[in-house]
Design a protein around this ligand. Structure first.
Ligand code: BG6
Length: 525
């Protein structure tokens, strides 16, 4: 909103650009030239996601014709060694697309600079490399310059300060910056970070990434709602009795003990991915499908989420930490035994909670959220349950009636199903609960593309729709800050309170039972 009110020339320019570009089919986009500088070019995210995602784009349509990628890292390496490092990452993390000669052609665009990201020296090197690769003799930028900050949150501030000090943000080096989540540690630090980033970049240069928004199945929540007449009239408190959002993972913290000890489940998953899912289910139709219109509506959802007092926090926010257990018959260590984790750590790895959205559409509809590590299976879904018909006219058979429901499977089941009651064939009047199913893979003969591909492309295009805006990030922190503060000031007495391979502490299912709600989780398992 702040951004809309003080609409600057560049904002208008950017909106026009977006309008021109956002609806073009991928193959018609002019992605003629870009330069990507990856801070954290040897890190986990680069190896697993970024470098393979760009390779896939390169393979697919030869979209990217003239591009350069500069990896930055602490380890000393030549360009040749870095190319080999990236080749191994692609082979390991994207084996199905690996093709030796295409990969070689792709990696010819890669360069590497080593050094300490806090020191001046590396920025001098970056600057001269950008001059060499992206600035023409006429001193004009010939490429879209993007800085991807795939670095720990505490390094973001010094890096942005240095980019600014070295004049790498505006003017001739006019660029875009992609910042990974979590953006800050709470509302206060997020605001501080925002202020600092805004000293270096304009808001429309900043891409606060949440990779969940790059998933087709997540974007489809919006498309499904707004392009089908039959659902939207029912999408409110008059017809919906509850929403259950599950983001379950069977993996543990995957060697990220240092990160996770600082983060915990709320900062890692709830503040960002879960809040975005809630927003997409609850959002009002925006004025148009342009970045600020969509983001304005999301922020309104965040502002409408009920503030929680201590009584509420104690009753409806449940935390957990996994102990040793079994996943698919393999024994796995408990959280406290993981590398870089304190043996008496109180960091939560499981969250179950109930939220209310106090607005006209959603008043009194509970949104239950379950997310955690080392649960029996990996599953992200949104389950929307409808109220029963006003009268149960079907005699004894009505006892078997189940509520209508829509299940939006985000992953690994990429599907949307509609659950209905129908008459069972035969001489008895029996109801049976059936489902109508739309499955991505069956319909389109392929799985959804990795989220990072879409988001990096959108950044190149200058489309901010799927990226968080400053006020949105702060609003999301305002929702979760009380939970984090309450938990940090009241140490858990029972950690670890769920064995790896189980659905978290029993309080979660008990809460639903107490509230008379059908427990979706039992059905999944
Ligand atoms: C990341 C979290 O943002 O999302 C991880 O830091 C989590 O802890 C991951 O495992 C889940 O992403 P996805 O796409 O595998 O569901």
């Amino acid at each position: 909103m702040e951004t809309r009110n003080k609409k600057t020339k560049s904002t208008e320019y950017y909106i026009n650009q977006t309008l021109k570009l956002c609806d073009l089919p991928v193959y018609e986009l002019d992605m003629s030239s870009f330069l990507l500088v990856i801070f954290g070019g040897t890190g986990d995210l680069s190896q697993r996601k970024l470098i393979p995602a760009l390779f896939h784009l390169f393979l697919e349509k030869e979209l990217i014709k003239d591009f350069s990628i500069i990896g930055l890292g602490q380890t000393e390496m030549t360009d040749k060694e870095y190319r080999e490092f990236c080749r191994r990452a692609i082979q390991k993390y994207n084996p199905e697309n690996y093709n030796k000669s295409r990969c070689k052609a792709y990696l010819e665009h890669f360069y590497y600079i080593s050094g300490n990201l806090i020191e001046n020296e590396i920025y001098q090197k970056i600057k001269s490399k950008i001059f060499q690769l992206a600035i023409t003799n006429k001193k004009e930028v010939k490429s879209n310059i993007i800085y991807y900050l795939a670095i720990p949150p505490k390094v973001v501030i010094p890096v942005v300060e240095q980019l600014n000090r070295f004049d790498l943000c505006k003017g001739i080096f006019h660029s875009k910056v992609i910042v990974e989540k979590p953006f800050g540690r709470d509302r206060k630090t997020a605001r501080k970070l925002n202020k600092l980033v805004l000293k270096a970049f304009e808001e429309e240069q900043i891409y606060r990434i949440d990779h969940y928004l790059g998933k087709d199945t997540v974007q489809n929540i919006f498309f499904f709602r707004l392009s089908n007449t039959i659902f939207e009239p029912l999408w409110n408190r008059n017809y919906i009795s509850q929403v259950q959002i599950t983001v379950a993972e069977d993996i543990g913290i995957e060697g990220r003990g240092k990160f996770y000890e600082q983060t915990g489940v709320v900062r890692d998953m709830v503040q960002n991915h879960v809040m975005q899912l809630i927003a997409l289910v609850a959002i009002e139709p925006p004025v148009g499908f342009e970045p600020d219109y969509v983001r304005d509506e999301k922020v309104k959802v965040f502002h409408s989420i009920r503030m929680m007092d201590e009584k509420y926090l104690e009753s409806y926010m449940i935390r957990g930490q996994y102990g040793p257990g079994k996943i698919k018959n393999y024994s796995v260590a408990g959280y406290r035994q993981e590398e870089y984790v304190s043996p008496d750590s109180n960091t939560p790895t499981f969250f179950f909670g109930k939220f209310y959205i106090d607005n006209w559409r959603w008043a009194n509809v509970p949104f239950y959220v379950l997310t955690g590590k080392r649960l029996p299976r990996t599953l992200t879904e949104i389950y929307i349950q409808f109220k029963f018909p006003p009268l149960q006219l079907l005699g004894r058979s009505a006892q078997k009636m189940e509520p209508n429901a829509i299940r939006i499977g985000i992953q690994p089941d990429e599907e949307i199903s509609l659950h209905l009651n129908v008459k069972q064939p035969g001489i008895n009047n029996q109801l049976v609960w059936v489902k109508l199913l739309f499955n991505y893979e069956e319909t389109f003969k392929k799985k959804q593309r990795p989220a990072y591909e879409r988001l990096i492309m959108d950044c190149m295009k200058g489309d901010l729709t799927l990226f968080a805006r400053q006020d949105g990030v702060e609003a999301m922190w305002s929702i979760v800050d009380p939970i984090i503060q309450w938990w940090e000031s009241h140490s858990p007495k029972d950690f670890p309170n769920y064995p790896a391979g189980t659905w978290g502490p029993p309080e979660a299912a008990l809460l639903l039972e107490r509230e008379g709600q059908k427990c979706r989780y039992k059905d999944i398992f």
